[in-house]
Design a protein around this ligand. Structure first.
Ligand SMILES: Nc1ncnc2c1ncn2[C@@H]1O[C@H](COP(=O)(O)OP(=O)(O)O)[C@@H](O)[C@H]1O
Ligand SMILES: [Mg+2]
Length: 323
């Protein structure tokens, strides 16, 4: 396990090393996405600082701003307003996504900024999403982090579903928790639809949905019913469903009660959806966060002694453990 605090205090990399993309990439980059039902919960904070942590640990990282309505990842990373953004790729102003990759001041970390104007991005079609996802998985990076927008629109859900790791940032307050459940539910049912098509079991699912199991049926009951009707397909379905393992982060915690909300969300999701939420850690509420935002400097670099460093250290090592 690499200690982030030691890395930050002893050797902050300042070399610039842009990533290159293309067929020379020796392996597919792993896609991690950062979502959450609500705006302002800390998605960009998490994306920026997990990216920085991984880069300082020696991973080649590309951070991508996919918040189609409120792109500001560049600010969290201490970068100026970008000239080229993802909308240039969608509108074909650039031929390849490589042309959008900008170096950061941190060795191993590069960035693709998000559209500032929504032009071209607002009506992102399926074909564009596929192009972006394909291009990103071929970038010469170990890990590509995608900072997603708020809400549960189809674009956000599709980027989330198509990444190998889906991080979910939640605040310990009722509105954010409510939105988080809505987000998980939306992802769950969109995945279920995909699996239905993949396994060609739509009639079976319909049959199971129509069967009266008992009042207050949950998605877990539905899967159980599918199993009763067809054990082989039921097992396959359950295996696929279990691949959806959101990586939960509770942000802005002020007490043990706040920290414990993560465990409650985990157990409710297990009971209701039958899915494993991995509670990878929490971030303290700390003035260093908004102070660094005001200074337009990355939190970890501006405040290497902040308690958020320990928080991020635990989270990043946990995320890497279950990769
Ligand atoms: N742990 C924290 N402690 C204090 N303030 C925070 C914390 N996390 C986020 N904030 C505040 O919330 C704002 C929104 O965070 P941001 O990452 O931009 O959210 P999102 O990307 O989900 O919209 C930040 O600018 C910061 O002022
Ligand atoms: Mg954001």
């Amino acid at each position: 396990m690499k200690n982030l605090s030691n890395i930050l205090l002893n050797k902050i990399g300042d070399e610039i090393s842009p990533l290159t993309a293309g067929p020379q990439a020796s392996h597919q980059a792993r896609l991690w996405s950062i979502g959450g039902g609500k705006g302002g919960v800390g998605k960009s904070l998490v994306t920026a600082n997990v990216s920085i942590s991984l880069a300082l640990m020696g991973y080649k990282v590309l951070a991508v701003d996919l918040d189609l309505g409120g792109a500001n990842l560049h600010t969290c990373l201490g970068l100026p307003i970008p000239e080229k953004t993802l909308s240039d790729f969608v509108t074909k102003k650039v031929k390849t996504i490589n042309e959008l990759i900008l170096p950061s001041s941190i060795k191993n970390l590069s960035v693709i900024s998000g559209a500032q104007d929504e032009l071209g991005m607002a009506n992102l079609k399926q074909v564009h999403k596929n192009e972006i996802l394909n291009a990103l998985s071929q970038v010469d990076a170990d890990i590509v982090l995608m900072d997603l927008g708020a809400g549960t629109n189809a674009n956000t859900l599709d980027f989330y579903i198509n990444s190998q790791k889906g991080i979910l940032v939640v605040l310990p307050e009722p509105t954010s928790i409510e939105n988080a459940y809505r987000f998980i539910k939306s992802v769950y049912f969109r995945r279920l639809k995909m699996i239905e098509d993949l396994l060609d079991i739509q009639p079976l699912i319909n049959q199971a949905s129509n069967a009266k199991i008992n009042s207050g049926n949950t998605p877990t009951d539905l899967i159980r019913k599918v199993y009763d009707l067809n054990p082989e397909m039921g097992t396959k379905l359950k295996t696929e469903i279990l691949k959806f393992q959101p990586q939960l982060i509770i942000n802005q915690v002020r007490s043990q009660t706040d920290i414990d909300i993560g465990f409650s969300i985990k157990s409710i999701c297990k009971r209701y959806f039958g899915i494993e939420v991995d509670y990878v850690g929490y971030l303290d509420y700390d003035a260093s966060v908004w102070q660094s935002v005001k200074k337009r400097r990355p939190l970890l670099l501006e405040f290497p002694n902040s308690r958020l460093v320990t928080n991020f250290d635990k989270i990043v090592n946990r995320l890497l453990e279950n990769t």
